[in-house]
Every structure is written in structure tokens, then in C-alpha cells.
Write a protein that binds this ligand. Structure first.
Ligand SMILES: Nc1ncnc2c1ncn2[C@@H]1O[C@H](COP(=O)(O)OP(=O)(O)O)[C@@H](O)[C@H]1O
Ligand SMILES: [Mg+2]
Length: 261
């Protein structure tokens, strides 16, 4: 299996001014995995995600996605190939219902071009129907049917997170990047969110790459877990091993001794 990594980051570096935010990082997200990325604040996790998702271009190194070199490709191009990341539901979407928030994400909506409306109204109606059915399926999968016609702005914090996750299910995703998706979500809803990520992984075959501060959540969801500190990957393995590694504890809690492994 030559391409068993869905994301393969090879010797990637990125500096901002004089600051090396990501230093010669290499890591892989295996297809079908839920891979965690942890590390203290300022470790370079979000920068690494931005590099992978095409929001910023590396100074050096390569990013391979699904077997192809995608270094320097823009986010929309990567999105089109199935690299998705969640975003908080933007202000303008809060006045749309939960269902509508899903339906606007669907790709290839011929109803959106005037020409196709005029040329093939039947096709547009058929596609609209498909998108609506898909949105209803996602709503059911996430157990949000009771709020499907609520305005997104009126949903609870946890329900909004589920809806964000649902938006990634409206397109053909190969990997979903989650950057601190659980921040500010209460314990109960966190369990729902985690359960849905697990179901999307096991039942629907999604791969995930997850940045998270909640170590219990990481421990439950992710294998392997990759640790970054000061712009570098310092360890990788199952959470139980990571937790038992003194160098990682140093990286988290600060120590005058430089962290090396
Ligand atoms: N756009 C930017 N411009 C300048 N410095 C940045 C930028 N983005 C991140 N940094 C710096 O890069 C380092 C890594 O940040 P970040 O990737 O956000 O870390 P993490 O997500 O692990 O907390 C930090 O020192 C941060 O201040
Ligand atoms: Mg961050």
C-alpha cells in the first residue's frame, strides 16, 4: 500500500519574521485513522494545520495529500479534493435553519447558476431534492432532527459544533481537520461530539486530524497522538505511551531543560 497516508507532511518549515513556528516537521495521518495533535500553546499546531489546509505556504518541504504533492495549493483546491476543516458557523449563517446550513455546503448545486436554471430546470429540481435528502440524512445521523428547522443562531454551543461537523458530511471528504472543536463545549455534549466523530470514522470511513487540549478526549478518540513543542514534532504514539513520557511532561509544564527526545 503505497498511499496509506492520507496526509504526508515532509520536512516542512514555516517562519514568521524571525520566529520559526514550524521547524522541519514530518508527520503522517494514516487513512482511516483519528490522529491527534497536541502540544503546549505556541507549539505550532495551528500553523501546521494552516500549512496542510493550504491557508499558508511552507518556506520549505512538501505536503502530500492522497498520494499527490499539493504543496502551495489554495484551500479551495484542497477542499475540492476532499480536505475539509470545520469553521465556526459564520454570523451570516445564523439566520438560516440547521437544514439550510447543511444544504448550502453541498457541492455541484446546479441551481446556483442562472444559466442552468434556464437550460435545465428539471435537473435543478432533482439536484435540490438530492441535497435536501442528504441534509436530512446528516441531521438524522447526528441526532439533530428535533432542531432541524431551528435557526442555527438559536442552537446550543454543542449543537452548533455538531452542525459544523455535519457540514463536512455534505461533501466528499477524505480527511477532516478539527482545530479545538471541543473548546467551550460542556462535558455531556463533548461526549456526543466524540461519539459522532467515532461513528463518522468507523461507519463512514472518515479520517480525522484533531488538535485538542482536552487530554481525556484525545485519549479516547485518537491513535496515534503526535506531540509538537517549539515548532517540532517531539513524539508520536498511543496516548498511554505519550502520557508516560517524562520529556512530554516537561514540554507541557515547562522546564529549564531543553526538550529533546
Ligand atoms: N500569522 C502569524 N504571524 C506571526 N506569528 C505567528 C502567526 N501565526 C502563528 N504565529 C506564531 O507562531 C507560533 C506558533 O503558533 P500556533 O501555530 O498558533 O501555535 P499553537 O496552535 O500550537 O498554539 C507562535 O509563536 C505564534 O505566535
Ligand atoms: Mg492553535
Amino acid at each position: 500500500m503505497a498511499f496509506d497516508a492520507v496526509i504526508d507532511v515532509q520536512n516542512v518549515s514555516k517562519s514568521f519574521g524571525g520566529l520559526a513556528a514550524v521547524r522541519n516537521c514530518s508527520l503522517r495521518v494514516e487513512r482511516g485513522s483519528i490522529t491527534g495533535l497536541i502540544g503546549p500553546n505556541g507549539a505550532g499546531k495551528s500553523t501546521l494545520f494552516n500549512l496542510v489546509a493550504g491557508n499558508i505556504v511552507p518556506d520549505s518541504g512538501r505536503i502530500v495529500f492522497d498520494g499527490r504533492d499539493v504543496t502551495g495549493l489554495a484551500p479551495y483546491a484542497l477542499f475540492g479534493r476532499g480536505m475539509l476543516r470545520t469553521f465556526q458557523i459564520a454570523h451570516e449563517f445564523s439566520n438560516m435553519t440547521a437544514m439550510e446550513n447543511l444544504m448550502v455546503v453541498a457541492d455541484r448545486q446546479p441551481g446556483e447558476t442562472l444559466v442552468s436554471n434556464w437550460v435545465a430546470p428539471g435537473l435543478v429540481r432533482k439536484r435540490d431534492h438530492e441535497v435536501k435528502q442528504q441534509a436530512a440524512d446528516v441531521i438524522d445521523f447526528l441526532k439533530l432532527a428535533h432542531v432541524k428547522n431551528e435557526l442555527a443562531g438559536n442552537l446550543s454551543g454543542g449543537q452548533k459544533k455538531l452542525l459544523e461537523l455535519g457540514r463536512t458530511m455534505m461533501v466528499d471528504a477524505k480527511v477532516v481537520l478539527l482545530d479545538e472543536v471541543a473548546a467551550g463545549v460542556n462535558r455531556t455534549l463533548l461526549q456526543d461530539l466524540a461519539a459522532n466523530i467515532e461513528r463518522m470514522n468507523r461507519e463512514l470511513g472518515y479520517s480525522f486530524f484533531v488538535i485538542e487540549h482536552d487530554m481525556d478526549l484525545i485519549g479516547r478518540l485518537c491513535d496515534p497522538v503526535i506531540v509538537m513543542a517549539q515548532g517540532e514534532v517531539i513524539a508520536e504514539g498511543p496516548m498511554a505511551e505519550i502520557r508516560a513520557n517524562p520529556a512530554i511532561i516537561e514540554a507541557y509544564f515547562g522546564s529549564p531543560v531543553a526538550v529533546t527526545l
